[in-house]
Design a protein around this ligand. Structure first.
Ligand SMILES: Nc1nc2c(c(=O)[nH]1)N[C@H]1C(S)=C(S)[C@@H](COP(=O)(O)O)O[C@H]1N2
Ligand SMILES: [Mo]
Length: 171
């Protein structure tokens, strides 16, 4: 009976979380760029990310309309730290208030953040570009490099697998 349950879970839990994606390897990124309104564009690999101060977030749940998945830990670098490293390029006072950040994956999935959200709300410490999950490097489903805003209510939607670019823009 347990075997049957295990098999059913393998099939349906997998489907529920999108593991049915054919050949996820094609989307995996080995580096990502930070571009747009920055003083210095960056191109970073997981090895580069490990040179930055790391942040670990323990025991949270990835929640989507399809269900919930418990995560023991993720390790990565805070989005605000990365953007500070690139340096936000401003021309006039107050420019940052009009800025937003677009995170894009290789399958063209996108998530956006306002500058204020990233630098000026309690989300600041909780938006990570991460390279480790549950103590191991990310598998091809997450893509070596991913981004997540862990404190969102439905945080699955700003979980960007296969991250390839972070762009700073202004309205
Ligand atoms: N690159 C990429 N990331 C993505 C998606 C996607 O289609 N492509 N779907 C998102 C959505 S809508 C959800 S609900 C979660 C579901 O997967 P997860 O449980 O691995 O977070 O992934 C998110 N991240
Ligand atoms: Mo979703």
């Amino acid at each position: 009976m347990n075997t049957v349950k295990a098999i059913l879970c393998f099939i349906f839990c997998g489907l529920a979380f999108g593991h049915e994606i054919a050949n996820p390897t094609q989307y995996v990124t080995h580096s990502f760029t930070i571009t747009g309104l920055v003083k210095k564009q960056l191109n970073l690999t997981p090895a580069d990310l490990k040179q930055y101060p790391s942040q670990t977030i323990n025991d949270f749940t990835i929640i989507s309309k399809k269900g919930a998945r418990k995560i023991k830990s993720i390790k990565g670098v805070r989005l605000d730290d990365l953007l500070n490293k690139a340096g936000i390029a401003t021309k006039a006072p107050g420019d940052t208030k009009k800025m937003y950040i677009v995170a894009t994956a290789t399958d063209n999935y996108k998530a956006i953040f306002s500058w204020n959200e990233v630098f000026n709300t309690p989300l600041r410490e909780r938006i990570l570009v991460f390279y480790e999950k549950n103590g191991a490097k990310l598998d091809e489903y997450d893509g070596e490099i991913a981004l997540i805003s862990t404190k969102d209510y439905l945080n699955g939607s700003r979980h960007v697998r296969w991250l390839k670019n972070i762009e700073v823009r202004k309205i």
